[in-house]
Design a protein around this ligand. Sequence first.
Ligand SMILES: *[C@@H]1O[C@H](CO)[C@@H](O)[C@H](O)[C@H]1NC(C)=O
Ligand SMILES: *[C@@H]1O[C@H](CO)[C@@H](O)[C@H](O)[C@H]1NC(C)=O
Ligand SMILES: *[C@@H]1O[C@H](CO)[C@@H](O)[C@H](O)[C@H]1NC(C)=O
Ligand SMILES: *[C@@H]1O[C@H](CO)[C@@H](O)[C@H](O)[C@H]1NC(C)=O
Ligand SMILES: *[C@@H]1O[C@H](CO)[C@@H](O)[C@H](O)[C@H]1NC(C)=O
Ligand SMILES: *[C@@H]1O[C@H](CO)[C@@H](O)[C@H](O)[C@H]1NC(C)=O
Length: 629
Amino acid sequence: MKRQLEWGFLLFAVCLIFVIRFGVLEGSSGYIKVNLLSTPSLSRVRENWVPGLEGNTSAPEEPRIKLSDLADPPSPPRNSTSRNQTVNIWGAWGGLKLVLNGSNLSNEMMEGFREGINAWRGLKQYFEEGEKPKEKGAEGCPFSGSSTDNSGRLEFPCGLIVDSSATVIATVTGGTGSFKFELVGTRGVGDFRAPPIILHYGVRILGDKGTDEPVIIQNTWTRATDWGEEERCPYRDDSNKKRKQVDGLDVCIEQVGKAMTWKPQGERVSEVTKWSGVFKGPEKPKTWFPFAEGMPFAATLWVGWEGFHMTVNGKHISSFEYRKGLEPWLVNKLEVSGDVKTSSIIAAGLPTSERWEEAAVLEVFKAPPLPPKSKRLKLFIGVFSTTNNFDRRMAVRRTWMQSEEVRSSNVVVRFFVGLHKQDQVNKEMLDEAKTYGDIQLLPFVDYYDLITLKTIAICIYATKHVTADYVMKTDDDTFVRIDAVLAAIKTRRSPRSKSLLLGAVETNAGPDRGVNSKWYVSEQEYPHATYPPWAHGPGYIISNDIAKYVTKMSAKHGLQLFKLEDVAMGIWIDSYSRKQRRGIEYLNNPFFISAGCEENYTIAHYQMPRQMLCLWQELKTKGIPVCCN
Ligand SMILES: *[C@@H]1O[C@H](CO)[C@@H](O)[C@H](O)[C@H]1NC(C)=O
Ligand SMILES: *[C@@H]1O[C@H](CO)[C@@H](O)[C@H](O)[C@H]1NC(C)=O
Ligand SMILES: *[C@@H]1O[C@H](CO)[C@@H](O)[C@H](O)[C@H]1NC(C)=O
Ligand SMILES: *[C@@H]1O[C@H](CO)[C@@H](O)[C@H](O)[C@H]1NC(C)=O
Ligand SMILES: *[C@@H]1O[C@H](CO)[C@@H](O)[C@H](O)[C@H]1NC(C)=O
Ligand SMILES: *[C@@H]1O[C@H](CO)[C@@H](O)[C@H](O)[C@H]1NC(C)=O
């Protein structure tokens, strides 16, 4: 019996060696035969090296934009239905025009407006054509997509959202052993210039100028900034070995590029080593790498909260944190090219708009009509959302927007959404806005750099179109217990004599001066060492006098447009307090959870649509605020 076991083990060990030798490493040893110094292969390597910009450098002139192009939101047709609709959809648009005219806007903001004007041109016509019966089976935003024609490309007509994924099934072919996956951004309407590369995922099995070892290079490209800083996997040197994580996943798993040597243990196995020596010369260490020549693979690129993640044959390999202005909603297509034969690309979890056919259920999800200004609301809630987050908005409508206070119009909720560069998304969003009556469209492309303008838009809307005691800002991935928020407001000590900022208040935070930090703030942007008190962005509440002040000052260009909107609000409140000698009550509440969900939350952040539904269900059935995971 014992003997049998030992033989079994020996056999197993031999098999293992075969598998490793010929299964995993054989592919990668093949490429060493390519003569790197022969001219054709060198030039091919170079071609794939720093990814060349395929495109036309002598592209047409940038379309010239006049701010006056933005001047008029769609002129309201003369009859009343449409006029109401105009207020329903473009209520903050006019106010933002004043901000645009004369403010000291950053380049990023100007770019957002400029592209917004282009996007608006496409949408304007669609709007003015007016109601048309929706064709059955008309092209919308599909939930999934696939490409099986070996073209190596797949388009995403409505961008990507968190949890979207694309799986590429392909085989590495011979040659230079270089190939790339690229997530390419959207070319705006009437824009002929090269679109940004939101993720360049380059694989060099032969290594590149920096190394002979196989390497994965991740990067971005934009017209304005060219290629960004390369992120290499494995890391080039030990200095940046601080294993960074994105969404809790390693930016580059340790195993990539690690030497793999077969270390036999014990006497019996040494016989195996002898055997293996017959097949192959002396052992050389090989490095582990997820791709090898001749090897088929299934690579899944998926969208997280903080970055893109790459899984190869079911194993997480690398992650890439989103860079400024290069976010997943902007992605227009995936392109696979180089020495790789793609058999299919399958995408799932794409942003898709609800089909409007279920008219019966629909009524409950429509916003009640905007109450007249004479009605005093307890609270106005502005929800930040981006264009293609159809599912998040729908989850909010199905859950906390069903609260009694909202249905009875004591609390009014509106989404604040910019424009997308893809026409299809804007059209779907406009249809959604008309159907549900709870969306405010803003005249700029929805880059993160412009969110401070959204905060201003909320203040403008809350001042011009409703009368509310308090104004709350939140996000479309935040679950809000409206009754708990109203109860939290009631805990204030001095409602009459002071203004309010309520939420997760920070009193001692300062700017991050680390140049490589995601939250880097330069001295020029903010010279002081600490910020005035501010409250975390997923949910804070201000009293209406602050909203009025922000609205008034925005038209006079008197606001510092600091890029972090929640801190910006803190700065404005501080200047309000100084200029008008107004006392501010900073009310910190520990149940405004901005880092996720905790029991007894008043607001919970980072909630996916299915979690929102679960939280709502728990509240309804158990009556207690517990979390869902
Ligand atoms: C580059 O753009 C110019 C001007 O638009 C055009 O005439 C030319 O054919 C383009 N070249 C290529 C290679 O596309
Ligand atoms: C309102 O205007 C639209 C188009 O501008 C028109 O089709 C519709 O009949 C008008 N409605 C009324 C009530 O006049
Ligand atoms: C438009 O809004 C006003 C109140 O602002 C309301 O009285 C009127 O009925 C609305 N008209 C339509 C057609 O909904
Ligand atoms: C823009 O501002 C200038 C002065 O700063 C003013 O003369 C002009 O009327 C403003 N334009 C609009 C559309 O408000
Ligand atoms: C506009 O902002 C830049 C830096 O953001 C600053 O250098 C410049 O002085 C400002 N101009 C005005 C008119 O405020
Ligand atoms: C949540 O609230 C309940 C009731 O007030 C309390 O018994 C429980 O301890 C609270 N849980 C946490 C984690 O604070």
